[in-house]
Design a protein around this ligand. Structure first.
Ligand SMILES: [Fe+2]
Length: 216
């Protein structure tokens, strides 16, 4: 028995573990030891359109990498965090690395009906979760959770859970994160913390597979 979480682009994300007592959870010991191994496991998982969300979480959580394999995607800017596409998942997912310089953070945003897995590769970040605004009146956004994510930890969010903001709280340390979006999306909505006003923005990559996409 499975629980369907989402159907988008014919991909269904399901929970198998919670509903099937006889479910094989041997995959919990799978440990990708390189980015290439992680990408290969993801492509294998996406060879069907029924994706086990617990399996994806597990391989993201178990992935152990080194900064050497992230180097092609590491680019820090003084004015904004950067996004570099690592793999486009044949149109079924996007795997990307984000680089956050000291005190940089995202806007409060949604995920456009996509599923987001975020792994902290280096440093410590703060994830603040907000409830969807009612849109009926102008008021401040409501925070319902705020957690610290340290190296190796993974968080998961989708629009049914709420909105979030990611921040590097450090004055001295940079942060590197790995993001998996299922399915890919190129725009999202951002929200004003004080008024709950929403605006759609286009999302850009600063590099795609090691090639810079704009002059920097
Ligand atoms: Fe996000």
């Amino acid at each position: 028995m499975t629980e369907t979480l989402n159907k988008s682009n014919e991909i269904q994300l399901i929970h198998k573990k919670s509903f099937d007592d006889n479910n094989n959870t041997s995959y919990l010991s799978i440990q990708p030891n390189s980015l290439d191994e992680l990408i290969e496991l993801l492509h294998n998982a996406f060879s069907t359109n029924e994706i086990d969300i617990d399996y994806i979480y597990t391989i993201m959580n178990n992935y152990k990498g080194t900064i050497n394999e992230w180097l092609p995607y590491i680019k820090f800017q003084s004015d904004h965090y950067t996004r570099s596409l690592v793999d486009n998942g044949n149109g079924k997912f996007n795997l990307m690395i984000l680089c956050w310089a000291e005190n940089q953070g995202s806007s409060i945003h949604d995920h456009t009906n996509s599923h987001c897995f975020l792994k902290c590769l280096q440093g410590t970040l703060i994830e603040t979760r907000y409830a969807w605004p009612t849109f009926e009146k102008t008021e401040s956004m409501h925070i319902f959770n705020r957690v610290e994510l340290t190296e190796g930890q993974v968080t998961y969010i989708n629009d049914s859970i709420g909105l979030h903001r990611i921040e590097n709280p450090s004055h001295t340390e940079k942060v590197i994160t790995l993001h998996l979006y299922i399915p890919p999306f190129d725009h999202c909505n951002i929200f004003n913390e004080h008024t709950s006003c929403m605006n759609e923005i286009k999302m850009i990559f600063h590099s795609i597979r090691e090639q810079l996409t704009r002059n920097e």
